[in-house]
Design a binder for this molecule. Structure first.
Ligand code: IPD
Length: 266
């Protein structure tokens, strides 16, 4: 098994190329768009092209590994082998509108544990990396998340899934939560939200309904920057809920989300 640093080097190389493809396609206005699970859940030609490019690169470099991608799904990896988890364009709606908040997110997982990850903002070239136990980095700068402890002074990022009934529930949760925090932000790319939290650009982030490709790389970046990244009631972060918060803030945010039944609803 290669060291996490070796896997990260592969991920970074591939993510940079892939981000270049996404940016080029946008500049050339190749933004052919279709809908997926609902009318608001979109996929562009670039999501598919970038995923194909990354999967081909991984097959060339690491033919025995598994790959899970947002657009084409994938295979499980046998025990002890690497599975790559890819969101070719996280923030597809931002991509569609040309908002500079969309990213390639690529993580390497071994036996269910993410060991390396990169998130590259394809619009700006900003890049966040992490290896398990090796810290979170933005270029040469080691990252440290916020140390805020009080919920009423916390700036919290979140996001919404695409299912209308779920969105209604998420809106109801926010209607109360916003009265208890400094403010709420919704930037539109979960991986970048997690990186933002990793560098203290927001104090914390939570979202229900995420998939592994949304949070695998960014979740490691946030955890390595000192944030607690978890689901509710000690469950692992997952579709149910992901909360990333400074350890001192986590209990208050966690308890508020439980009280507001943020993981409930559809
Ligand atoms: C979405 C974004 C968004 C989050 C959604 C995700 P996509 O990913 O990360 O911020 O709120 O839950 O599905 O569809 O742009 O890859």
């Amino acid at each position: 098994m290669p060291a996490p640093e070796e896997l990260l080097a592969i991920a970074v190389r591939i993510a940079r190329e892939a981000a270049g493809t996404a940016r080029r396609m946008r500049a050339e206005a190749i933004v052919d768009v279709q809908t997926k699970s609902t009318d608001t859940d979109v996929v562009t030609a670039a999501d598919k092209a970038v995923e194909r490019e990354v999967v081909e690169a991984l097959r060339r470099l690491r033919p025995d590994d598994g790959v899970l991608g947002e657009e084409y799904g994938g295979s499980a990896a046998p025990a002890g082998r690497v599975r790559w988890i890819l969101d070719p364009i996280d923030g597809t709606v931002n991509y569609l509108y040309g908002l500079p908040q969309y990213a390639v997110s690529l993580a390497a997982e071994v036996d269910g544990v993410v060991v390396a990850g990169v998130v590259r903002n394809a619009a700006t070239g900003d890049e966040w990396t992490a290896t398990r136990g090796g810290g979170a980095w933005r270029g040469e700068r080691r990252l440290q998340g916020s140390v805020r402890a009080s919920l009423d002074q916390a700036l919290i990022a979140t996001g919404f899934g695409y299912d209308p009934a779920r969105r209604a529930h998420q809106g109801a949760v926010l209607a109360t939560l916003i009265t208890r925090v400094r403010d709420i932000r919704r930037f539109g790319a979960a991986s970048l939200d997690l990186c933002q939290a990793a560098e203290g650009g927001v104090d914390a982030y939570f979202e229900k309904g995420l998939h592994a490709w949304d949070h695998a790389a960014g979740g490691l970046v946030a955890a390595e920057a000192g944030l607690r990244v978890s689901g509710l009631d000690g469950r692992p972060a997952g579709e149910d809920m992901l909360v990333a918060a400074p350890p001192a803030l986590f209990p208050a945010l966690h308890d508020a989300l439980v009280e507001l039944d943020a993981a409930g609803g559809p």
